[in-house]
Design a protein around this ligand. Structure first.
Ligand code: SF4
Length: 296
């Protein structure tokens, strides 16, 4: 199998066959992200993709789920994605789902007809790094789309029958934009009904623009307590049926449940977790690398 550079996948894709369709990230300028800074964006050839599919089809395990990597493989044209889907149908007739990372702008460049055709080829359950639905936060992050654009494109995906998982960054607006970050994101979740919400907590990586802004005092970071309150507000505000996946290692209180049935259980779990963290930790900014190990 060919993988170029570091390959990232969400934790819930651990059992999927990772198939390289692109290298790096076509955007690669989000102000908080350092994941693909050392990679030039490239499109993988159909010949190589076919070679990889054939190689993995000889393994004892029959993959019924394939996850296209890297950062935004859905940037490929509808025609190329259909060719990949057809090749998978030919070589993996048992494959039920072709999942992928997608940026909001990757959806914009597909027609409704293309989205339906891709759904018919088993494209489904896309992971989308929304991060926030606040226009101010999206601008700070240089995500390259607005709240309105995100809502429009997510509803187009849903109309085509393609379900999706949204990444949300807790603490992503800092102190200044905390309220709108969470409220706009709750509204987006309730309007578009993702099948899963994947929360991670704000991290600052040296070499990124946002790290520099924080160093200069232009982005004031939440304390751990504020971040946990954002999680509580998010959980309380979501009123659609969805999976709440708070198991990224950056979550100080790891949680997973299905909303709305598990809402009270998760809120209690959160309160219980907070009660076990020392005040000196809660009232300070998060220390990168120790989250998930704060509970006594
Ligand atoms: S956050 Fe996603 S879209 Fe933005 S630069 Fe990183 S990988 Fe690319």
């Amino acid at each position: 199998m060919k993988y170029t550079g570091t390959t990232y996948r969400p934790p819930y894709e651990a059992d999927s066959l990772l198939l390289q369709a692109t290298v790096g990230c076509s955007h690669n300028t989000c102000s908080f992200c350092s994941m693909y800074r050392d990679q030039c964006f490239k499109v993988e050839s159909l010949e190589q993709i076919e070679k990889d599919l054939k190689e993995a089809s000889t393994w004892p395990r029959k993959f019924d789920r394939i996850f296209l990597v890297n950062a935004d493989a859905f940037v490929l044209s509808g025609a190329k994605l259909k060719a990949i889907g057809q090749k998978i149908a030919e070589l993996y007739p048992w494959c039920k789902t072709i999942a992928t990372n997608a940026r909001i702008t990757n959806i914009t460049n597909k027609t409704d007809q293309e989205l339906r055709e891709l759904r018919n080829l088993n494209f489904n359950e896309f992971t989308i790094g929304l991060e926030s639905a606040s226009d101010n936060v999206l601008n700070i992050y240089n995500k390259g789309y607005s709240q309105d654009e995100a809502r429009t494109q997510l509803l187009r995906l849903r109309k085509a029958g393609i379900s999706f998982f949204l990444n949300i960054i807790i603490g992503g607006g800092g102190i200044k934009h905390s309220s709108e970050h969470i409220q706009d994101t709750i509204d987006m979740v309730n309007d578009t009904n993702p099948d899963l919400i994947y929360t991670s907590y704000m991290h600052f990586y040296p070499g990124t623009e946002l790290y520099e802004e924080r160093e200069k005092g232009n982005f004031v970071e939440n304390t751990v307590r504020m971040n946990l309150k954002e999680t509580k507000d998010l959980l309380s505000g979501v009123n659609v049926s969805t999976n709440f996946f708070g198991l990224h290692t950056s979550n100080p209180v790891p949680m997973y449940g299905v909303l709305p049935n598990d809402k009270e259980k998760l809120l209690n779990q959160l309160e219980e977790g907070i009660s076990q963290i020392q005040d000196s930790v809660l009232d300070n900014i998060p220390q990168t690398g120790v989250e998930g190990r704060l509970i006594k």
